[in-house]
Design a protein around this ligand. Structure first.
Ligand SMILES: [Zn+2]
Ligand SMILES: [Zn+2]
Length: 391
């Protein structure tokens, strides 16, 4: 038997510090849950997180990296820099039904635990408030603004019904597709018309035929949002929305090329033209990092956290802007169970589950495990070694 990979002394320090902050961390989670704010409007959630960190003597920059509801709390020094991501945006109608209150409090809690330990561990820590995950892709803006430039690893947890510490997700890209033809009298002078609805329908059909020959988990779904204005006018302008999803950046690039060919071929066939405009940021697929998943798994085991896998799980979740982070640098996006099944994310019932004593326990264990994982990154360069850089 090998010894536990988690140092006993550190484990005790982490557990003790966490216990001291239990009330504050759980209180933060519940306060955010009770006061949901939508993407890019999370001013009070940012203030709550910042307030807790400042109370512990940590300096916080609010409105960091040009985003009014982002913050950065930085401490420690040394060669290793770990970023802890705190999401805190909610959803319309269902509030904190994705449990981002747990994410924020876990990141802040990990920060509180690491504050007295970072210096000695040679660890630089940034607790990064990352707004607008549910819409707009705030982390893509943060990446572009350099928030992760000198980071060695980025860590976060996300509450879900079951545990899955190294999940995958599909990347997603949204396209607005506009066909332009020429209007004409549909009966008196149809030969002068170029039918933009035919363009869009033919494009849609071509995509439907393409589906059979796609790689596993390459997906396209489209709708027609404007199909013309009057049956006796040859449609001049039509519009659709398409989502493209894939499991790897390469699959997404391949899909992009093939769907574009379908839509352009349809324009050629119908004598129309097509304009394709991506909407918002592309969310890239999550890229699990085996070393970080291993360190987090060891940390959870050391803290006595039971592992509850999804009995039917394929380890493939929805889409997240952390995918873009994980494609740029080693990233951990661990799904942590709040034992809500059959309630799942984005349901009212899930929001209720994210403030139960069970969720609070998950939150505290997650904070401790994130802190131990950050310390493992600083203490063992092997953790960041990726045995499979092509995955
Ligand atoms: Zn969500
Ligand atoms: Zn979420």
């Amino acid at each position: 038997m090998s010894a536990s990979p988690v140092d006993e002394g550190l484990l005790r320090q982490v557990a003790d510090t966490l216990e001291q902050h239990r009330h504050t961390v759980v209180g933060l989670s519940h306060a955010i849950a009770a006061d949901p704010e939508l993407a890019h409007e999370e001013h009070r959630a940012m203030d709550r997180c910042a307030g807790v960190l400042e109370q512990a003597g940590i300096e916080v920059e609010r409105g960091a990296y040009g985003l009014p509801t982002a913050f950065a709390a930085r401490f420690g020094s040394g060669d290793t820099h770990v970023v802890l991501c705190a999401e805190y945006d909610a959803l319309p109608e269902v509030g904190h039904a994705c449990g981002h209150n747990v994410i924020a409090a876990a990141a802040v809690g990990a920060g509180l635990v690491l504050a007295p330990l970072a210096e000695a561990a040679g660890l630089r820590v940034t607790v990064l408030g990352t707004p607008a995950e549910e819409r707009f892709g705030g982390k893509v803006d943060l990446l572009d603004a350099g928030a992760f430039d000198d980071a060695d690893a980025a860590l976060m947890v996300h509450p879900t019904p079951y545990d899955e510490y190294g999940p995958r997700s599909l990347g997603i890209e949204e396209w607005q597709v506009v066909y332009t033809g020429r209007a004409s009298h549909a009966s008196a002078a149809p030969e002068q018309g170029r039918n933009a609805l035919d363009g869009l329908v033919a494009g849609y059909q071509a995509v439907a035929m393409l589906r059979q020959h796609l790689r596993p988990q390459q997906q396209v779904h489209g709708i027609i949002t404007h199909g013309g204005d009057a049956p006796n006018v040859v449609p001049e302008r039509t519009e659709g929305l398409f989502y493209l999803r894939a499991r790897t950046p390469d699959d997404l690039a391949d899909l992009r090329e093939r769907v574009r060919a379908c839509l352009q071929g349809a324009a050629t066939a119908t004598g129309t033209s097509v304009e394709i405009t991506p909407v918002g940021h592309t969310y890239l697929p999550l890229r699990p990092h085996a070393g970080l998943v291993g360190a987090f798994t060891d940390a959870c085991a050391a803290l006595g956290r039971p592992y509850t896998p999804d009995p039917q799980g394929d380890g493939l979740g929805g889409s997240t802007d952390f995918g873009n982070v994980s494609q740029r640098l080693p990233g951990l996006h661990a799904y942590v169970a709040v034992h809500s099944w059959p309630a799942v994310n984005h349901q009212h019932e899930f929001a209720a589950h994210c403030v139960t004593p069970q969720a609070d326990e998950t939150l505290l264990q997650s904070a401790g495990a994130l802190a131990l994982t950050a310390l493992a990154v600083a203490g063992d360069p092997g953790v960041l070694h990726d045995p499979d850089p092509t995955s």
